[in-house]
Ligand binder design. Structure first.
Ligand SMILES: CC(C)(COP(=O)(O)OP(=O)(O)OC[C@H]1O[C@@H](n2cnc3c(N)ncnc32)[C@H](O)[C@@H]1OP(=O)(O)O)[C@@H](O)C(=O)NCCC(=O)NCCS
Length: 160
C-alpha cells in the first residue's frame, strides 16, 4: 500500500462512500444497507483511504468465535496494487484479536480475482452452493471458503 494510504474503521458517516464503491457489484448494497451493517456491534467495517478518499472497504461479522467476510471491494482504478489483500489481512487480524478462531465466506465461482485473493490469505474451499447467485445470464454457484487459525496465524502467502 502506498504511503498516502491509511486504514481505519468505518463509521456510519462512511456509508455513502462505501455504497458508491459497492455499486460495481452485481447486487450492490445501498447507503441504508451500509448504515445498517455499520451500526451492528458484531460487524467490523474497515476502510482504506487515500488522501481521505475511501478507496476500499471490507465488512466482517463475528459470532461465537467465527468471522464471516461479508464483502470486500476496491475502487476499480486501485486494484492489483495490494490494497485488497492488505485491507482484508488487517480486518482478519482484528477479528482474530477479538477472539475469532476461523473465518469463512461465500464467493461466486466466476469471481476469479476474489477467489485468488482469498486463497492468497489462506482460505481454502470447503463446499459449494449450487445456483446461489442469480444473474441476468443465469445462476452462478457460490464457493464456500474457510480459513483456520486465530491471531497468531501467518498465512502461507502473506506479504508476497
Ligand atoms: C477482489 C478484489 C477486492 C481484489 O482487490 P485488489 O486490491 O485488486 O487485490 P490485490 O491487489 O490485493 O491482490 C491480492 C491477490 O489477489 C489476486 N488477484 C487480485 N485481482 C486479481 C485478478 N484480477 N486476477 C487474478 N488474481 C487477482 C492475486 O492473487 C493477488 O496477488 P498478487 O498480486 O500477488 O498476484 C477487487 O478485484 C474487487 O474489488 N473486485 C470487485 C468486488 C468483489 O468482487 N469483491 C469480492 C466479493 S464480495
Amino acid at each position: 500500500m502506498s504511503p498516502d494510504m491509511s486504514v481505519r474503521r468505518l463509521g456510519r458517516g462512511d456509508a455513502p462512500a462505501a455504497a458508491r464503491l459497492h455499486a460495481v457489484m452485481p447486487e450492490p448494497w445501498s447507503d441504508v444497507d451500509w448504515t445498517g451493517f455499520l451500526r451492528e456491534p458484531i460487524v467490523l467495517g474497515l476502510g482504506a483511504f487515500a488522501d481521505d478518499v475511501l478507496i476500499a472497504a471490507a465488512l466482517l461479522r463475528s459470532v461465537a468465535g467465527e468471522s464471516e467476510v461479508l464483502t470486500i471491494v476496491v475502487a476499480p482504478d486501485r486494484r492489483r496494487g495490494g490494497v485488497g489483500r492488505e485491507l482484508l489481512a488487517a480486518a482478519l487480524e482484528e477479528t482474530a484479536r477479538s477472539g475469532a478462531k476461523t473465518a469463512f465466506l461465500e464467493v461466486a465461482t466466476d469471481n476469479f480475482a476474489a477467489i485468488s485473493l482469498y486463497r492468497s490469505l489462506g482460505f481454502v474451499e470447503i463446499g459449494r452452493r449450487r445456483g446461489y447467485y442469480r444473474r441476468s445470464g443465469g445462476a452462478v454457484d457460490a464457493l464456500l471458503m474457510r480459513r483456520e487459525g486465530g491471531q497468531d496465524r501467518t498465512p502461507p502467502d502473506a506479504g508476497r
